[in-house]
Design a protein around this ligand. Structure first.
Ligand code: DLL
Length: 447
């Protein structure tokens, strides 16, 4: 049930002591070894010796992605180069990537955290794990790989893509657990349907999904389509990679445990930086407590979520809720803040609409416009007996017009914004080919 019970169920008071001792060491270590941190702490008039315990963390300045970019590639590294064992990059869409580095000891902890996460997901030694996260500079592939090996699983390092081959291997090898992005898991579900392959011909039991936001309706789709129990894995390269937090297979929907002995989490107000009380959403901030190659103090992840302790949970560590969106992904539409997950939550209430959608944001004169492109659920589409969808078809089909106006009204009620709806035939929206899926297309000119 646990990979490291003495740590995972450590009484909170003891956990705080451990965190305090590790924070003191980390701050002194960074002050001595990384000129950027020495400068930052001096400018904030923080004497490292005055950091006595974890409660003092609020006195430390934040670090941000721009600090990593400004110090590209190796400016934040705290050890001599000969002590670096691996270098990864975080997925940047433009410009230089964000570089992260690990010592042997860091990689050891990385594997330990992933082994802990996989155990919480229901994985056990002796199981076969098919790893469809991308191998390469992305931390998903190698991160899950070494963690699964550490746990004692047999890893099939297939990487993302080539869906037909994924299915063949799952079938022939009797794969127990699948690791991939939730959108790619849905691609596999669709391929099974298309090929008429019975999910019971697979032996899959578990899916460990993460690297992008997902919802309960995607969980339901993956669980029904693959016959698995699906849990959430979260992480980011700057802090480590996958396995910073993980949902327990018997506590689904109650949040993911953050491994607090290594990563100290805070949720802060996105404008003021003030720590938020338990349960209130804000920006997730992490301090790495044990990392040696490139530790970060109060790293501003830009991910928006809540934190809470679950008294009924098996472990003592804090849980994070699902990521509601990224602060830099937040759309501002006619002055109203909008996360695409809000649209997704409305879609979940309409079972005649699929989970395949995209938001198209454009500007008409001075007006921001949002169009929700969404496919009809394939069973419903087949029942209609039509092959295209147009405004005329919607008018003629009472079920379609009811759906159309029902959705437009609900979206307005829930988000306060009027949006256009563009209903599409199944298969019209691009699918994940293994990597992360982009749900937003923003065509507005950036001023
Ligand atoms: O995505 C690490 C990872 C690999 C996590 C495999 C889980 C599984 P990056 O490429 O640096 O690292 O991207 C990190 O992805 O800040 C979130 O915005 C998003 N993200 C990661 N996991 C989740 C999740 C990896 N479970 C960024 N739910 C993070 C929602 C997630 N968003």
């Amino acid at each position: 049930m646990f990979y490291q019970p003495e740590i995972e169920t450590m009484p909170l008071a003891k956990l705080r002591e451990l965190q305090s001792q590790r924070l003191r060491e980390q701050v002194n270590y960074l002050y001595k070894n990384v000129p950027f941190y020495k400068r930052q702490l001096d400018e904030a008039s923080v004497d490292p010796a005055s950091i006595k315990g974890i409660a003092d963390i609020r006195r430390l300045p934040f670090s941000k992605k721009t600090d990593l970019r400004d110090n590209y590639p190796f400016g934040l590294i705290a050890v001599p180069q000969k002590e670096i064992s691996r270098i990864h990059c975080s997925s940047g869409t433009t410009g230089k990537p964000t570089v992260v580095a690990y010592t042997k000891g860091d990689l050891d902890i990385f594997s330990e955290c992933v082994a802990r996460s996989l155990t919480a997901a229901g994985c056990r030694p002796g199981m076969i794990m098919q790893n469809a996260y991308g191998y390469g500079l992305f931390t998903g592939g190698l991160g899950l790989h070494y963690g699964a090996e550490r746990l004692g699983m047999a890893v099939v390092p297939v990487s993302g893509g080539m869906t037909e081959r994924q299915i063949m291997l799952m079938k022939d090898f009797g794969t127990d657990a699948l690791c991939c992005t939730p959108s790619y898991a849905m691609t596999i579900v669709e391929e099974l349907h298309r090929k008429g392959i019975d999910k019971n011909s697979l032996k899959l039991k578990l899916a460990i999904l993460g690297a992008e936001p997902w919802t309960e309706s995607i969980r339901a789709g993956v669980e029904a389509g693959l016959g698995v129990l699906a849990t959430n894995i979260y992480g980011l390269s700057e802090i480590m990679g996958p396995g910073v937090s993980q949902e327990d297979y018997e506590e689904k929907g109650t949040g993911s445990y953050i491994w607090e002995d290594h990563f100290f989490p805070e949720v802060v107000d996105r404008h003021t930086g003030e720590p938020q009380p338990e349960g209130r959403p804000g920006v997730l901030v992490f301090t790495t407590l044990t990392k040696k190659a490139m530790p970060l103090l109060r790293y501003w992840t830009n991910d928006i979520c809540t934190l809470h302790y679950d008294k009924g949970g098996k472990r003592t560590h804090i849980k994070m809720g699902q990521i509601l969106g990224r602060a830099d992904d937040m759309l501002i539409i006619r002055g109203v803040n909008l996360f695409h997950t809000q649209v997704e939550a409305v879609l979940e209430e309409f079972n005649k609409l699929s989970t395949n959608y995209q938001l198209l944001v454009s500007r008409d004169g001075n007006m921001d416009m949002v169009t929700v492109n969404v496919e009809l659920e394939s069973g419903f589409f087949n029942e209609l007996g039509i092959d295209t969808i147009s405004p005329e078809v919607i008018k003629e089909q009472p079920h379609l017009s009811e759906l159309y106006y029902g959705f437009v009204k609900k979206i307005k009620d829930n988000t306060g914004l009027s949006m256009h709806l563009h209903l599409l035939v199944p298969g019209a929206i691009p699918r994940s080919e293994g990597g992360k899926l982009n749900r937003i297309i923003d065509l507005r000119k950036k001023d």
